[in-house]
Design a protein around this ligand. Structure first.
Ligand code: TYD
Ligand code: MG
Length: 453
């Protein structure tokens, strides 16, 4: 006989409890417990005699139909590239970012472009249709645009509309603001509701080949608000981030089942919405200084090389413990490079305050900028600028060796496009052409860039 008993499970972290509790003792999430009915497993699926052979639907690769799906292009090259070459039919995507960063604006612009040859429905559960219309007018979207709008925020109704209308793309702005059906016993706005809504929308996307783009809020720590499981269900997670300069907005893919991750697209928020910035490197180099402490580096983001300016300021410390104020990179990386320079070149960075940043407020995670960090620190320490039109692309080892890095040809090519003609690399870097390169074997050789007058 099947013996069943009820227990409660946290929808955020799967913690089990025999009773319903308001706050999960494991992940501290509120209102995340839902009832689950446990049955005696042995009686169900471990019993071979109960298996229905007609349900064994195993297939070989040759039995699976090949479907070529045409991606939906928006004519915004930055958007299409980050999506992995346009939005794929039937994909389920979340766009997230701080409030007011421009998610709704960008989605409306993209929706308008795609609606020229695809059916797109925009559900604005956060804003009234009047507000959406005002924004559309500001963005110059014509009155006769083929976009469809709805302010429906009930998920059951949204799904029914989608099943009848069969759009190519359904946009839901935002998922946190939509409610499940009246009959559902899940509390609105909770992780349970988001998880449930995520599952329903995923099913809708896959079974009906409708691409679903949702917006989601992020917590103050920068994570998507709600259950982690939402990130696992969706095919793509995209962040829209703002940098502290130039009104620049970066669209970044952090998960993409149908494209590269860490791909970035650049936009600028203007009076008429988001404008693409196709040549971000030109903008960065235009802003870069040639003063002591400034060093150019290259960094691969997704598939494209970014040329960035590192800035250091080293001053003799007035306190026993020198300050380390470092942004844009893991502070430990800069402290480590300073320690390597101190060890091998006997420069006393331990008596210096170090201020370090990446111009434009960019954030990077790569060891290919090690040499740039070293040269930027040395340049500030000696108060001597680095040679004009120079860039550093190499790693530094703990033993003071200058090490080669991957994908360097692409980065050198990009730098040369902008007239950079002194490329500092590792002596052991293998290259097809060595024009414009200046090689270093170890950290001792860097000192020759700062000759005594
Ligand atoms: P919005 O797209 O509503 O952000 P989100 O959906 O991420 O919350 O963007 C709102 C901000 O963008 C608001 O501060 C006004 C500004 N904005 C412009 O600067 N130019 C424009 O053309 C538009 C439509 C908005
Ligand atoms: Mg919005």
């Amino acid at each position: 006989m099947t013996k069943s008993k009820s227990s409660y499970k946290c929808t955020n972290c799967d913690y089990n409890s025999p009773r319903w509790i308001g706050q999960c003792p494991n992940c501290q999430e509120w209102n995340s417990f839902v009832e689950k009915i446990e049955t005696n497993i042995e009686n169900n699926f471990l019993n071979k005699s109960k298996i229905d052979p007609s349900k064994l639907n195993l297939k070989k690769l040759s039995d699976i139909k090949t479907e070529t799906q045409n991606r939906m292009l928006s004519s915004y090259l930055e958007w299409d590239r980050v999506m992995g070459g346009g939005v794929l039919p039937g994909s389920f995507i979340i766009l997230t970012g701080d409030p007011g960063i421009g998610k709704s604006t960008l989605l409306l612009q993209v929706a308008n472009k795609i609606s020229k040859d695809k059916k797109v429905i925009y559900f604005s559960s956060e804003e009234s249709l009047q507000q959406v219309k005002n924004r559309a007018q500001r963005l110059g979207i014509p009155k006769n645009s083929d976009l469809f709008f709805s302010d429906q925020s009930n998920l059951e109704a949204i799904i029914q509309i989608a099943l009848i209308e069969k759009p190519d793309i359904l946009i839901l702005d935002s998922i946190q603001n939509c409610s499940l059906s009246e009959s559902s016993n899940i509390i609105p706005g909770t992780v349970g509701q988001l998880r449930e809504a995520g599952f329903l929308l995923c099913k809708l996307a896959k079974e009906n080949n409708i691409a679903i783009l949702i917006t989601g809020h992020i917590t103050k720590d920068g994570y998507i608000a709600g259950p982690k499981v939402l990130e696992h269900i969706v095919d793509g997670v995209f962040y829209l981030q703002g940098e502290d300069k130039w009104q620049t907005r970066i669209l970044r893919s952090v998960k993409n089942r149908f494209g590269t991750i860490q791909e970035t697209g650049f936009f600028e928020m203007g009076t008429e919405g988001m404008q693409e910035v196709p040549d971000i490197n030109k903008l960065i180099l235009h802003e870069a200084s040639e003063n002591p402490g400034s060093a150019l580096i290259s960094y691969i983001e997704g598939s494209r090389p970014l040329l960035l300016e590192l800035q250091s300021l080293c001053v003799t410390s007035k306190f026993g413990i020198p300050q380390r104020i470092i942004t844009g990179i893991d502070p430990k990386r800069v402290i480590l490079i300073a320690a390597i320079l101190e060890k091998y070149l006997h420069i006393r960075f331990s008596t210096q305050d170090i201020f370090f940043k990446i111009s434009g407020g960019f954030k990077i995670k790569s060891t290919s900028c090690d040499l740039g960090i070293a040269l930027s620190l040395l340049s500030s320490y000696f108060q001597k600028p680095l040679p004009e039109k120079s860039i550093s692309i190499a790693e530094v080892s703990l033993t003071g060796q200058i090490k080669p890095i991957n994908q360097i040809e692409l980065q050198i090519g990009e730098a040369q496009k902008f007239g950079i003609n002194k490329i500092f690399i590792s002596k052991s870097q293998k290259l097809k052409s060595s024009s414009n390169t200046i090689c270093f074997k170890n950290i001792y050789e860097l000192i020759k860039l700062f000759p005594e007058e």
